[in-house]
Design a protein around this ligand. Sequence first.
Ligand code: AMP
Length: 278
Amino acid sequence: MKVFRTVAELRQAVGAERKAGKRIGLVPTMGALHEGHLSLVREGLKRVDLVIGTIFVNPTQFAPHEDFAAYPRMQEEDIRKFESAGAYGVFCPDAKEMYPQGFSSSVHVKGVSEPLEGESRPHFFGGVATVVTKLLMQAQPDVALFGEKDYQQLQVIKRMVIDLDMPIEIVGAPTVRDANGLALSSRNAYLSPEQVVIATTLNKALYWMAEQVAAGGDLATIRQQGLEKIMSAGFDTTDYLEIRDASTLMPVEGRNGPLRILVAARIGTTRLIDNVAA
Ligand code: AMP
């Protein structure tokens, strides 16, 4: 298993593999790996010859009051997990490698990054777009894989790659859930056993809403009923619960193409996001 700490090491290995005719996939993560992350490696290996995982807890996508310091870090274990999923190597830069002194650039994607997460976490997509751009430029993969778990992020990255003519195929992979339907997330580690029970109701409310949409119900009514289900299950607040156009994430009047139901809700200090197709 190859572990790259610098861009130069990464580039040297990728360059040699590319010269040998290999196609390369990239799976960017912040570590604390679970089956959701590893499914992206496996999905990648169906499409390319070798997959490189990245582990970097990106400081620029956290606001000062958010959980950057507390975010779980377990690099050795993560490297072993990437290896067991069949990754060729792991890129684990430190903050100085990614943001050397004098770093002054950023990437902003208008439109699709503005609603939902963009309203709740105004700093977030700028940080994501910038670090993903860097990772894509550093590794220069043929394909990069992202989870539908972070559905808006996937749409932002797809938009960015088109807009900036990056010659990279962006692949979205389905959300991996536990036996109760709870979307796997590194942040689930923050939940107490009682809170996990509440968290598990979130996906059920979304699937219920999707069924109502499929049955032709009124979107505003379904949204309101979904909100009531979530709050009565024990969530403390919701940042948003919306039924949106599946690619632009803009509001819709009625059903006129694929929709997506997206939610961000909090239990105590833990913020969970989830989404389903409708
Ligand atoms: P993160 O480490 O949380 O930034 O996530 C890294 C990548 O894994 C992103 O593309 C996420 O969308 C994806 N991911 C996280 N959780 C899941 C999940 N439960 N199922 C599928 N992909 C996921």
